[in-house]
Design a protein around this ligand. Structure first.
Ligand code: SAH
Ligand code: SF4
Ligand code: F3S
Length: 451
């Protein structure tokens, strides 16, 4: 997003670096929206920043550690600025901020401000305090409702797709996961507010929305009966062509939501439904509230109403106590499902989570070896899925200009990037594209002749 307002005196420069999930990407955009009226313009160059924000992720150890190396770099830039008579504030936001609080300032004293994901609406006030107090301000309170009420409603969007936060937090407490601690209890926004936001986006040219939540299919906001009710309501908005939602928990796939996949045309036939593992003993130890069998039964019901639905998933290998046989159960579940895409991770021990204290932690080299085997299978499935599109004509939502002349990039219903020749003014249209080539992460095709 470009700087929207030039103020006197010279605009403040805002640098934001985002780690982690889509929710963080979205939150970073909202922070920029919130600071724009105060004269903050985004910059990609941290060296010229008056305020540098790291929007952090705590999900795995590596994600959290990256933050500290980036803070080291920012510290040097801050010192250079001070030597030149300037001033830079460094803020740590997001899930590491929530999890570690003041500890962050102890490890890196150049940090002026630490604020958790529920405190973003207080950013202007906190910046002012940091300027007065020379830093050392911590805010990590859970105030989901206040945050949603206080963040600016009017959003500037560029492009034809947008994310809309409908739910935040998680009550599921999978034993490996920090999210219930960093994002707090589940909170759902009311349907009326969501509808108003989506109508505003559609007025600005958005054709596809993705409803976001850490456990989005547990949405229980006022005004509609469950996520299926919300989707049905949004699908009636004229001009909105496509609806997606992420991320879902298998145990929260209600009958009504499954039925919606067969009835709501705008609901895309692609679902991210993480299973994590294929062994019931491991799923139980993870506190997942589903078994391999109930997961497969859910998919069968989804496929019964929407035969072309494509699946994506998340997997963890090397959870404490995972035996070779447990791991093979994961491989066998993957073979049975056939994923269109997937994310897979080595189990990472997170301080404070129940699984971190379990005996029989799996050695690093065993985790690496299992991850390799799983990823080989998953990428073969992804390639096969992409290849299966060759020769088909897919409805492609045209998003943006591609790198080569005359080329546009769009999305298939299955979220694949599709490259093809079209005019820039066709962005926002849904065109029939014949798929000619499949690559690891994209497809290429040409406009299909009218039927
Ligand atoms: N429902 C959330 C999930 C966030 S975590 C969402 O909105 O995206 C994303 C994925 O990270 C999880 O599905 C899980 O596969 C993985 N993950 C979570 N904790 C982990 C840990 N301690 N070690 C390795 N992977 C983990
Ligand atoms: Fe984490 Fe489990 Fe909640 Fe997903 S459902 S955010 S993995 S606790
Ligand atoms: Fe990471 Fe927090 Fe998202 S831990 S995955 S940024 S909810």
């Amino acid at each position: 997003m470009a700087c929207r307002r030039m103020t006197e005196p010279a605009p403040q420069r805002l640098f934001i670096k985002t780690y982690g999930c889509q929710m963080n990407v979205h939150d970073s955009e909202r922070m920029a929206d919130l600071l724009a009226p105060l004269g903050y313009c985004l910059t990609e160059d941290a060296a010229e920043a008056d305020l540098a924000v790291l929007n952090t992720c705590h999900i795995r150890e590596k994600a959290a550690e990256k933050v500290y190396s980036e803070l080291g770099r920012l510290r040097r830039l801050k010192e250079d600025r001070a030597a030149a008579g300037g001033r830079m504030l460094i803020a740590v936001a997001g899930c590491v901020a929530q999890a570690e609080g003041e500890e962050i300032q102890r490890r890196q004293s150049a940090v002026d401000l630490v604020l958790g994901p529920q405190a973003y609406h207080r950013l202007p006030e906190l910046i002012a305090r940091a300027h007065r107090a020379g830093g050392r301000i911590v805010s990590a309170a859970f105030e989901a409702e206040a945050k949603f009420d206080a963040l600016p409603r009017a959003r500037g969007v560029s492009g034809v797709t947008a994310f809309v936060t409908v739910q935040e937090g998680c009550d599921r407490f999978c034993t490996f996961c920090v999210v219930p601690y960093t994002r707090g209890a589940e909170f759902s926004r009311p349907a009326d507010l969501i509808e108003t936001e989506v109508r505003g986006l559609v007025d600005q040219g958005v054709r596809e929305i993705t409803l976001l939540g850490q456990n989005v299919n547990a949405w229980s906001g006022a005004g509609e009966e469950g996520l299926a009710g919300l989707i049905r309501r949004l699908a009636r908005i004229p001009g909105l062509a496509r609806i997606r939602y992420t991320t879902s928990h298998p145990a929260d796939m209600t009958d009504d939501l499954i039925a919606a996949h067969g009835e709501v045309e705008a609901l895309m036939p692609y679902l991210h439904l993480p299973v994590q593992a294929g062994s019931n003993a491991i799923l139980r130890a993870m506190n997942r509230a589903h078994t391999a069998e109930t997961y497969l039964a859910t998919l069968e019901r989804l496929r019964a109403v929407r035969p072309d639905i494509a699946l994506s998933g998340d997997f963890i290998v090397g959870f404490p106590g995972e035996t070779e046989a447990d791991f093979e159960a994961t491989l066998s579940l993957v073979r049975e499902v056939g994923y269109a895409s997937a994310y897979s991770f080595k189990y990472s021990r997170r301080p404070g989570t129940p699984a971190a204290a379990l005996p029989r932690q799996v050695p690093e080299e065993v985790k690496s070896e299992r991850l390799q085997r799983l990823q080989a299978l998953l990428s073969a499935q992804q390639n096969a899925f992409n290849l299966a599109q060759v020769g088909r004509v897919l409805p492609v939502l045209v998003e943006k200009v591609g790198r080569r002349g005359g080329q546009m990039i769009g999305r298939s219903p299955y979220l694949q990037a599709v490259h093809f020749q079209a005019e820039p003014d066709q962005a926002g249209q849904i065109l029939a594209v014949e798929i000619l080539e499949a690559h690891a992460n994209s497809l290429a095709g040409r406009r299909a002749p009218p039927a």
